[in-house]
Ligand binder design. Structure first.
Ligand code: PPS
Length: 293
C-alpha cells in the first residue's frame, strides 16, 4: 500500500491514506479488546516507539532478542492501520500489545467494559510540535510541512493529521478516573528517570522484574541503542515512503528542543492558546531539562 498523497477524513480528523483506510479506521472503533491486551495510546511524537520498546523489553524480562528481530509495527501494531488484523491473527503472543493514535472520544466506546491495560503516553506539546514538524519533512505520506509558523498554527488549530493535541490529551486524561486500568506516563518521566519508569510500567503490567532485568531494559531502550536498532529506527522503510536523507526518526530525543525553533512571538502565541485551551487541566508539564531552569 502506498497511497502517499491520499488523506482519509474520518470523524472530522485527517489520517494519512498510507496505512489508513476508511475501513481500517472503522474496524478500530469496533475492535474487541481482550482483558489481557496492552494498549499504548498517544498523540504522534509523544514517545510512542519508546513505550513500545519498554513494553516489549519488560515482557521479555530485559532480553533484547524480540526487539532486535521483529519490527515495532509487527510486535505492537497500530490498531487503526490496515495490516493490524493480519498481524494480530498471525501472532500467538499474549498479551497482545497494540498501539493507537486515536483520540479517546473515538476509541473509548470500544474499551468500555474491557479490562485491557492502557498506557497513555504524553509529551510537552512544544516538543511534540517540533518533532512532528521535522517528521513531516521526511515522511512522504504526510502533507508538506510548510514554514514552522504555518505548521505551528495548524497544530494549535488542531488541523494537522491525527487531529487536535488538546482534545487528545484532555480526552484520555480526563477519563483516567473512570477507566480502571490506565497508566499515564510522560516522555519527560522516561527521559529523566528511565529506571523508575520501567519499574512503574512493569508493576502496572503485573510483570515485576529483578534489578538485572530492569537494568537490561534501561540499556536496550536508551536513545543510542534504539537509534541503532533497525527494528525501531524505521530505516527498514523504503526511501520513497520515508526519506532518510531528510532526517532521522530517532532525531534528537531531548526535552526542550522547542527552544531551538520557537521565536519569542511564537512562544507567546503558543502560551496564550495553551492557557485558554487547558484552563481546567491539572496536568503539569516539564518544558526543559531541570538544570536549564
Ligand atoms: S510516532 O511517529 O508517533 O510513532 O513517534 P513517537 O515514537 O511517538 O515519537 C518520536 C520521538 O520520540 C523520540 N524517542 C526517544 N527519545 C529519547 N529516548 C528514546 N529512547 C527515544 N525513542 C524515541 C524520537 O527521537 C522522537 O523525538 P525527537 O524530538 O524528534 O527526537
Amino acid at each position: 500500500m502506498a497511497r502517499l498523497d491520499v488523506t482519509e477524513l474520518f470523524h472530522g480528523i485527517s489520517f494519512p491514506g498510507h496505512l489508513h483506510t476508511q475501513d481500517s479506521l472503522q474496524l478500530a472503533l469496533e475492535f474487541q479488546f481482550q482483558d489481557s491486551d496492552i494498549l499504548i495510546a498517544s498523540y504522534p511524537k509523544s514517545g510512542t516507539t519508546w513505550m513500545q520498546e519498554i513494553v516489549t523489553l519488560i515482557s521479555s524480562r530485559g532480553d533484547p532478542h524480540l526487539s532486535q528481530t521483529v519490527p515495532n509495527w509487527s510486535r505492537a501494531p497500530w490498531l487503526e492501520q490496515y495490516y493490524r488484523a493480519a498481524v494480530l491473527e498471525a501472532s500467538s503472543t499474549t498479551p497482545r500489545v497494540i498501539t493507537t493514535h486515536l483520540p479517546h472520544h473515538l476509541l473509548g466506546p470500544a474499551l468500555q467494559g474491557s479490562r485491557a491495560k492502557v498506557i497513555y503516553v504524553s509529551r510537552n506539546p512544544k516538543d511534540v510540535v517540533v518533532s512532528f514538524y521535522h517528521f513531516h519533512k521526511m515522511a512522504n505520506f504526510l502533507p508538506e510541512a510548510g514554514s514552522f509558523t504555518e505548521f505551528l498554527n495548524r497544530f494549535l488549530e488542531g488541523t494537522l493529521h491525527f487531529g487536535c493535541w488538546f482534545d487528545h490529551i484532555k480526552g484520555w486524561t480526563s477519563h483516567f478516573a473512570k477507566v480502571n486500568s490506565l497508566l499515564h506516563i510522560t516522555y519527560e518521566e522516561m527521559s529523566l528517570d528511565l529506571h523508575s519508569t520501567i519499574k512503574k510500567v512493569s508493576s502496572f503490567l503485573q510483570c515485576p522484574l529483578v534489578d538485572d532485568e530492569v537494568n537490561s531494559c534501561v540499556k536496550h531502550c536508551s536513545f543510542s541503542s534504539m537509534k541503532d536498532n533497525k527494528m525501531i529506527n524505521y530505516t527498514l522503510i523504503p526511501e520513497d515512503i520515508m526519506d532518510h536523507s531528510k532526517g532521522s526518526f530517532m532525531r534528537k530525543g531531548k526535552i526542550g528542543d522547542w527552544k531551538t525553533m520557537f521565536t519569542e512571538e511564537q512562544n507567546k502565541y503558543f502560551e496564550n492558546v495553551f492557557t485558554s485551551k487547558l484552563q481546567d487541566c491539572t496536568l503539569e508539564f516539564v518544558w526543559e531539562e531541570p538544570d536549564e531552569e
